[in-house]
Design a binder for this molecule. Structure first.
Ligand SMILES: *Cc1c(COP(=O)(O)O)cnc(C)c1O
Length: 393
């Protein structure tokens, strides 16, 4: 999976103009080539070990599990990676691919700045110019990440059109890319977009599941009973799920942002309430209006705030292999505080969605059952927001 056209069943593909099709075909070919090359594989492996700090540990939350009185909760600690989240795994891959293809510039958009920082980091390391487009509103909200990107040497392009947020940044970055798709590469930040990105980003993230599967067997002698990950575009989830898809005994759950509730318009529960459609050049479940325009979405975690989803998730849902459920903003905040105060681990608000689902599920299972949660990132970026929200300052 996917097939040669990039389809996972009915989902994926590349519904894009012919000029871009050529550029995507070039990327597919270059990607297939580097995958075969021993020097590329060794360099990526070296960087994952010595730069990112892999393998990330798996940690048994003994106190939390005991308090909940049911299944044992384990965390895959992607928050301990250099730059604090899983995104560095695929950004390194994309930067190395860009260098291999002789690209002169890597372009991307960023919302809260997480993808921008991970990509700017990878580009600084690899030595390739990087240009990040970011809405003016987000620039003002996300000051620490803006400073990081500047220090890392990327060109930050403020976008003031429209609502000056993520969607406008995507449009702006895309226009820049279209000026010269031969010399530039657009580095997508999740398992979304036209083929080959959903496949390529998944492959770069697979290391999470490969490590976790072995680590769980070493620690418990068995595979986990349930694995959980939050789903925005779906890259950290695909990275974990991939290694377990053929293990029938493992229940797999994706956790979506339920925002202020699924009975309100303020959520981003794409898999739960979306319908098949096209967004950003590929087919997937989309939260859309009657004319096929993406709806405005909301989540307390800006990294989950996307009206589409990776096509392989849409396929896995239709297949019935993965269950998708949602967690509200309030449940997410509660889990954020619970994990911080019970285990001394401050999770990203995105990751706290998966933690919240584990907290809900654990008491319904017996104590010999095991839940593995992908802790996709650390919460440093969310401290100001949470303190303001909870009146802690
Ligand atoms: C960006 C981000 C996500 C959401 O992206 P996916 O592609 O769905 O994984 C989740 N967690 C963290 C910490 C992030 O930074």
């Amino acid at each position: 999976m996917p097939d040669a056209e990039g389809y996972f069943g009915d989902f994926g593909g590349s519904e894009i103009p012919p000029a871009l099709k050529q550029a995507m075909d070039d990327i597919t070919r270059a990607y297939q080539e580097i995958c075969q090359r021993e020097d590329f594989r060794q360099e990526l492996q070296r960087l994952l070990t010595h730069f990112v700090g892999r393998p990330s540990p798996v940690y048994h939350c003994e106190r939390l599990s005991q308090q909940l009185g049911g299944a044992q909760i384990y965390l895959k600690r992607e928050d301990l990676n250099h730059t604090g989240a899983h995104k560095i795994n695929h950004c390194l891959g994309e930067a190395l691919l860009a260098r291999f293809m002789g690209k002169k510039k890597v372009i991307a958009e960023t919302g809260a700045g997480q993808h921008g920082v991970a990509l700017a980091t990878a580009c600084a390391l690899v030595g390739i110019p990087c240009e990040i487009h970011m809405g003016q509103v987000d620039i003002e909200k996300e000051h620490p990440n803006v400073m990081r990107m500047k220090i890392l040497g990327c060109t930050l392009v403020p976008v003031t059109r429209g609502t000056a947020t993520l969607k406008d940044a995507v449009d702006s970055a895309f226009e820049e890319y279209l000026k010269n798709p031969t010399d530039y590469i657009y580095a997508i930040g999740s398992v979304v977009g036209p083929h080959p990105f959903p496949m390529m980003v998944r492959d770069f993230q697979k290391v999470i599941g490969q490590e976790a599967r072995e680590q769980m067997q070493d620690m418990t002698g068995e595979l986990p009973d349930v694995i959980l990950a939050c789903v925005g575009g779906g890259s950290n989830a695909m990275g974990l799920f991939d290694a377990f898809l053929n293990d029938e005994s493992v229940r797999i759950m994706g956790v979506e942002p339920g925002g202020k509730g699924l009975d309100t318009p303020d959520h981003a529960a794409t898999m739960t309430l979306g319908t098949p459609g096209v967004i950003h050049g590929f087919r997937c479940h989309v939260l859309q209006d009657a004319s096929g325009e993406p709806l405005p979405v909301h989540s307390i975690a800006s990294g989950l705030d996307y009206p589409g989803v990776g096509p392989q998730h849409s396929y896995l849902k239709e297949m019935g292999r993965v269950e998708y459920t949602s967690i509200t903003d309030q449940e997410c905040l509660d889990a954020f505080m619970t994990l911080s105060r019970t285990e001394g681990i401050i999770p990203a608000l995105e990751s706290a969605h998966a933690v919240a689902q584990a907290i809900k599920l654990a008491p319904t299972l017996s104590q010999d059952k095991v839940i593995l949660v992908n802790l996709s990132g650390r919460g440093d970026k969310d401290l100001d927001f949470v303190c303001r929200k909870l009146g802690l300052n």
